[in-house]
Design a protein. Structure first.
Length: 149
């Protein structure tokens, strides 16, 4: 585990399950799905083609604060598009840099143009914390003489 690990390693550990909605889905239905699945974003898909991403942040800024109705507004009107995505070969460090520069919290993972997963800022932070803990454990074992070798 390290910041040089690839997105593929994160997806192997977390799984590749993604939740999505169609562009014509009403915002209230998308928000309900996010609540039901305890997630912060959904991919917006037309068939197997990625069209955008909708997040709780999009709802609060583009529906609630603008006085729109979530029961009348389709996802296509508030989704984030064009989508910034990564490949399974991107590193954790590269993903953190992309998310910071673009001020986004979710990155779809595309392989040969098809959705292969989704990583969130939380996934990356958890990976880095686990990596740091593993390094600390190895160093403590080395210092205390418990290091194999």
């Amino acid at each position: 585990m390290s910041a040089l690990a690839t997105v593929n390693a994160i997806l192997s550990r977390k799984g590749v399950q993604v939740w999505s909605v169609a562009p014509g889905t009403l915002v209230c239905d998308a928000i309900q799905l996010m609540a039901d699945k305890n997630i912060g974003a959904l991919l917006v898909m037309s068939g197997d083609r990625l069209e955008g991403v909708i997040s709780e942040r999009d709802y609060t800024r583009k529906v609630f604060l603008k006085g729109k109705s979530s029961k009348e507004t389709p996802v296509r009107e508030i989704m984030f598009s064009p989508v910034t995505s990564v490949s399974p070969e991107h590193t954790v460090e590269e993903c953190m840099r992309i998310m910071t520069e673009k001020r986004i919290r979710h990155l779809p993972v595309l392989k040969a143009g098809k959705v292969a997963g989704l990583v969130s800022i939380g996934d990356l932070v958890n990976w880095i914390i686990s990596s740091q803990q593993a390094t600390i454990d190895h160093l403590e074992n080395y210092i205390s003489g418990k290091y194999p070798g």
